[in-house]
Ligand binder design. Sequence first.
Ligand code: SF4
Length: 232
Amino acid sequence: MGIEKVIPTLQDLSLFWPMLSTFGTGQKVTSYNTLITGPKQANETDGPEEMYVILLDNGRTNMLKKPESRQALYCIRCGACLNACPIYKNIGGHAYETTYSGPIGSVITPHLKGMKEYNHLSYASSLCGNCTEVCPVRIDIHELLLINRHEAVKEGDNTMAEKMAWKAWKTVSLHRRLMNLGNGQLKNKMVNRIFTDWTEYRGALNFSQKTFNESWKQQQRMKGKSEATSTK
Ligand code: SF4
């Protein structure tokens, strides 16, 4: 078992046990539970001679060292954040190709298996915050996804193509003229040809013929004209 599974005392199980099932499946208790209390005692006739519990670290102490990310280790694996996540609900667990899927899987996997190889999971989120809202142990999941993204950039784990794409996005977003340039067909052609990873699995992006800014200006002009006509 992972080292984060240890709870302080057996008494604390009365809190964690129902919490796991209530938030995971809405049951008072899950249908599979086993309490193993150790090897056979001197006065017992049945049971194993010995019992071993293997505690696995596998990158968990790396997370423990990071004050911002360590709260992810509070996770009791109830699955509530998975059920609430619009991404998980659409793509399912296998698409993550990891042991832990969904929002919390996207938070912890890059720390457990390598930021470089798995930081893309931190982007599998709309950052809607549903996951954080439903989490029984109050892990700030969507903030942790942002922290992962930040960490990946700081460590230089993002690709050159990604860096260039964000740079282009920033430049265009800061310049209204560029935003309004080539609406509709031109934007569709450019984006759908460049982002082939997107179009390989989904329908092509279809930009509107006008930006909101252009539509607003047009509406204001029309409003001005109709007001001028009514005052004549
Ligand atoms: S992060 Fe919270 S909601 Fe998600 S599985 Fe863990 S405890 Fe449950």
